[in-house]
Design a protein around this ligand. Structure first.
Ligand code: ADP
Length: 368
């Protein structure tokens, strides 16, 4: 029998200018791993903060294991014990070393003897791969390491649920993976979690439930398969469809090409696109747009912006990249750099060029 551990009823949160949560009612079961996705400003973070009483809801109730924690008479430290929280910005104590950070709440709030808390803390640091850093201070750690300490610190309280508020969004992309893999291992161990995230591939393979938030509440609640592959409601559909499209606009030769290449990478991750297709899209982008078109337009002096639209189709695991630019007719496949063109033709399933006042290139990529 599934146990409903947290019961949210008629939860409403009003701010002076906006009401992010209008009327949220939902139950969370023990062992649930829930990813919360949706456009920004739809109350994802507010929902977590109302759950652990960092924010006082305007009305409605939250019940945890039979205790109504929204009741003013409820002991707030009890709530904090039951619900761990991991923030975007780590929030470690800068003046305490790593093991002290992990031990501090168990010692001060749970009154666990220091020796025991240290031993348990070291076990947790091992679990997140940071036992070696126990005596270091937070500012000696990378962002990814700090976030793993923050997770160890949350588990140290043996909470019934951990709430994660965009745990990877303040991290350098190279450090996202190490934090996600710690969260993944917690999921495997049966930890109940709610995770606000923009990492769609992660949301999809770590969770058993996904909340899509919009219009003041949980607009759609389903399995990852339902939400990502077959959403039943209109706004979810639009959001998911948009995830499968990437639009880049280049306004000058000085555009941030590294940023654009990494957006293609992220697009690939979000859509679980075959790594080879992603690599090929990046290469084609580099060869066509950077090596050929940008330089050419700069010379001609017009033609910007260049718009690059990429769409991924899951059904035939193919990606299509459309490149649009102004200026005179310029077909890189006949007039461009031969080596670049050869590379692109080799890695694409198909290339197509036409001109009707606007230059248009369509490159199609397919998996193995
Ligand atoms: P999300 O996490 O989905 O991006 P948030 O929960 O952070 O959204 O915010 C929802 C809405 O509530 C936003 O319009 C935001 O500006 C507003 N909001 C959040 N916190 C406060 C606050 N402390 N005071 C006033 N408005 C707030």
């Amino acid at each position: 029998m599934e146990m409903s551990m947290i019961k949210i009823e008629y939860l409403r949160k009003e701010y002076p200018n906006v009401t992010p949560l209008k009327d949220v009612s939902v139950e969370i079961n023990k062992g649930d791993v829930i990813s919360i996705i949706g456009p920004s400003g739809t109350g994802k973070s507010t929902l977590l903060r109302c759950l652990n009483q960092l924010e006082e809801p305007t009305s409605g109730t939250v019940t945890v294991d039979g205790d109504v924690i929204t009741d003013p008479k409820c002991d707030i430290s009890l709530v904090r014990r039951k619900m761990g929280m991991v923030f975007q910005s780590f929030n470690l104590f800068a003046n305490l070393n790593i093991i002290e950070n992990v031990m501090s709440a168990p010692v001060n709030l749970l009154k666990i003897p220091k020796d025991q808390a240290r031993k348990e803390g070291m076990d947790l640091l091992k679990r997140v791969g940071l036992a070696e850093k126990a005596e270091n201070y937070p500012d000696e750690l990378s962002g990814g390491q700090k976030q793993r300490v923050a997770i160890a610190r949350a588990i140290a309280m043996k909470p019934e649920i951990i709430l994660f508020d965009e745990p990877t969004s303040a991290l350098d992309p190279t450090m996202v993976g190490e934090v996600l893999s710690v969260i993944r291992s917690l999921a495997k161990d049966g930890m109940t979690m709610m995770i606000v995230t923009h990492e769609m591939k992660f949301a999809r393979d770590v969770s058993n439930r996904v909340f899509y938030m919009d219009e003041g509440g949980i607009y759609e609640d389903g399995t990852p398969q339902q939400i990502f592959e077959n959403p039943t409601k209109e706004k979810t559909r639009i959001f998911i469809k948009r995830l499968k499209q990437l639009s880049l606009k280049i306004s000058s030769p000085d555009f941030d090409f590294i940023g654009f290449i990494s957006q293609i990478e992220q697009f690939g991750r979000d859509n679980i696109i075959d790594a080879r297709i992603v690599r090929n899209m990046q290469l084609a982008f580099e060869e066509l747009v950077i090596q050929n078109i940008v330089g050419k337009l700069d010379y001609v002096g017009k033609g910007f912006p260049i718009v690059v639209e990429t769409e991924y189709s899951e059904t035939d695991s193919a990606a299509e990249m459309t490149i649009l630019y102004g200026g005179e007719k310029y077909d890189p496949f006949t007039d461009g750099d031969e080596l670049s063109v050869m590379i692109v033709k080799k890695l694409a399933a198909n290339v197509d060029y036409d001109y009707d006042g606007t230059n248009r290139i369509i490159v199609t990529f397919k998996g193995a």
